[in-house]
Design a binder for this molecule. Structure first.
Ligand code: TYD
Length: 228
């Protein structure tokens, strides 16, 4: 058991969870709580390296070649589903050590994605066996589960529209954003199934709401659990 409180935000790409995670952390701090904001993949220094490999393998290989750390004539290759699942889990194992320290110190920890993302993307999205992925997550997390998970649900169409607009404003497009629409549909359905299976932990919010209105709903869900 931990003394702090662990909140995760999940949702399909373009659902606005990163903005909502930041707004929630700011509001918790204004309410006098010690809030930590983090993310997966990439919540630790080593995790940033794994994030680059996972989301931008070609650019990573190029940078390594330029630094003399990879042969210059190497081409990026497709990532196997198992490699992807293991890298994400390795990122998570490294992250969990830090999460545990913060929670033991009594902090409210907000993570922009966590283990449920692997079930949604690699399990429901890629079709990787869910029981195997759950066993892998048990290993990576050592059993650390969120106290509250907020699902920012959004249609694939609207998510992709927002991604396009974000990209025009300079937001990065990663390897998974380029997946086909049916993949994104399976991820969304997967998240909804995970939320339905564990209603005591998940709160599903409609991410079509404006940023401000959604922030109010996120705050209401967190404040209720934290007694604020
Ligand atoms: P994120 O930084 O949340 O990207 P975005 O802001 O575009 O939603 O996550 C990066 C990508 O990694 C995202 O497409 C989802 C994917 N991902 C997985 O496939 N499995 C995982 O376990 C995690 C944590 C992320």
């Amino acid at each position: 058991m931990t003394d702090g409180y662990f909140i995760t935000l999940e949702g399909p790409d373009g659902s606005g969870k990163s903005t909502q995670a930041r707004l929630l952390a700011e509001r918790l701090r204004a309410a006098g709580r010690h809030a930590r904001l983090t993310r997966e993949p990439g919540g630790t220094p080593l995790g940033c390296v794994m994030r680059a490999v996972l989301l931008h393998p070609e650019a990573t290989l190029e940078a390594l070649a330029q630094a003399g750390l990879a042969p210059g004539d190497m081409q990026a290759e497709p990532m196997l589903p198992l490699t992807e699942a293991l890298l994400l889990s390795a990122d998570r194992a490294q992250h969990v050590a830090r999460l545990r320290e913060w929670l033991a110190a009594g902090d409210v920890v907000i993570s922009d994605r966590y283990a449920d993302a692997t079930l949604a993307y690699q399990g429901y999205g890629r079709g990787y066996d869910l029981a195997t992925l759950r066993a892998l997550q048990a290993m990576a997390t050592g059993g650390l589960a969120p106290d509250l998970t907020l699902l920012l649900d959004l249609s694939v169409e609207e998510g992709q529209r927002r991604k396009r607009v974000g990209h025009e404003d300079g937001e990065e497009i990663n390897r998974l954003d380029l997946e086909q629409r049916d993949f994104q549909e399976r991820v969304r359905a997967g998240y909804l199934a995970l939320a339905a299976a564990e209603p005591q932990r998940w709160v599903t919010l409609d991410a079509r709401a404006s940023m401000g209105a959604l922030a109010e709903q996120v705050w209401a869900a967190a404040a209720l659990q934290l007694g604020l």
